[in-house]
Design a protein around this ligand. Structure first.
Ligand code: PSU
Ligand code: MN
Length: 302
């Protein structure tokens, strides 16, 4: 078991069985969002969680210690972090005492599970990359969803990935994929990827009922809740397609592998959309945090 440290607020909430929502830190670093939008995203997500009475727990690694909940004085270090830590990197980050490691979805779910946090909010998950039949590039976020008993709330995944294969892969791994108020898998900036999700819930209460049923059937892994971006913040799919294609072409030319690929493509998307993707990104992250918090509260009070 990981020796994770929490701040006082998270420690007390967990001891009292109160609602806690884990957050990843890659999205709040410059690997996920440019400055100062990363801080704005963090403030909006944590405020949304607190607004319904839940407690936010930012995950990261600080001085070789996995954290689920930091002290405000450490926030600046996390926002400036540039070492991406996936679940598989956690032992190295601990053993080599990384100063700051920013956690991806997979590492955040591992850390959340280690302290018993049941609900986790992110922007978008990693997935099966286009061309994975040649490169083998499939995000370990998917394996983590099958491994850790944590519900992940995400706006689907970005359309620079192969979303059809991503859903097939989750199916193979046995991860329930559940649309919240939708029967379509969302594509991050847009509400409908054109692909159906296997299951739908009306809202957070029904989502919590499903989570409560997991232990009874021996399901040991997680669940993916897919929440579409709020309508008012949705981007135009056609204009976005051109930007995504440009970003992918640039990535092809840059000869990148492994964990470098996703941050590079994200950076190119921000440039190719002239920063117009940022408000959409902030809106969906905040909305996911709010939905996750309502699920966590519903679970804690049932
Ligand atoms: N997709 C986004 N924004 C992000 C990420 C993915 O739209 O910030 C980050 C998340 O931390 C996710 C990680 O867990 O990238 C996946 O990286 P990879 O594809 O290398 O597994
Ligand atoms: Mn990858």
């Amino acid at each position: 078991m990981i020796a994770t440290r929490s701040n006082d607020e998270v420690t007390h909430a967990l001891a009292d069985g109160w609602a806690v929502v884990a957050l990843e830190s890659t999205i709040f670093s410059n690997l996920g969002l440019p400055t100062p939008d990363n801080l704005v995203a963090y403030e909006r997500c944590t405020a949304a969680i607190r607004a319904v009475g839940a407690v936010p727990a930012l995950t990261c690694v600080l001085d070789g210690v996995p954290r689920a909940g930091i002290d405000e004085g450490d926030l600046e270090r996390v926002l400036l972090g540039d070492t991406k830590v996936a679940a598989k990197d956690l032992p190295v980050a601990i053993g080599k005492r990384f100063g700051v490691g920013v956690t991806t979805v997979s590492a955040s779910m591992a850390i959340a599970a280690s302290v018993g946090i049941k609900v986790f909010a992110t922007g978008g998950i990693g997935g099966v990359h286009r061309g994975s039949e040649l490169t083998g590039d499939i995000s370990s976020d998917l394996t983590a969803l099958a491994t850790y008993p944590v519900a992940c709330v995400s706006a689907g995944a970005k359309a620079f990935l192969d979303l059809a294969r991503t859903l097939e892969y989750l199916e193979t791994l046995g991860v329930p994929v559940i649309g919240v108020g939708t029967d379509r898998f969302p594509a991050f900036y847009t509400r409908d990827s054109g692909l159906p999700v296997p299951h739908t819930v009306e809202g957070p209460e029904q989502a919590a009922e499903i989570l409560a049923a997991l232990p009874s059937i021996g399901h040991s892994g997680g669940v993916l809740f897919a929440v579409p971006i709020p309508e008012a913040a949705e981007l135009d799919a056609e204009r976005l397609d051109a930007a995504l294609q440009q970003a992918l072409d640039d990535a092809d030319g840059a000869d990148l592998t492994g964990p470098e690929v996703t941050p590079f493509v994200l950076g190119r998307i921000f440039e190719a959309t002239d920063g117009q993707s940022i408000p959409a990104n902030l809106a969906l992250a905040e909305n996911n945090a709010a939905v996750a918090a309502r699920i966590a509260v519903s679970l804690a009070t049932r």
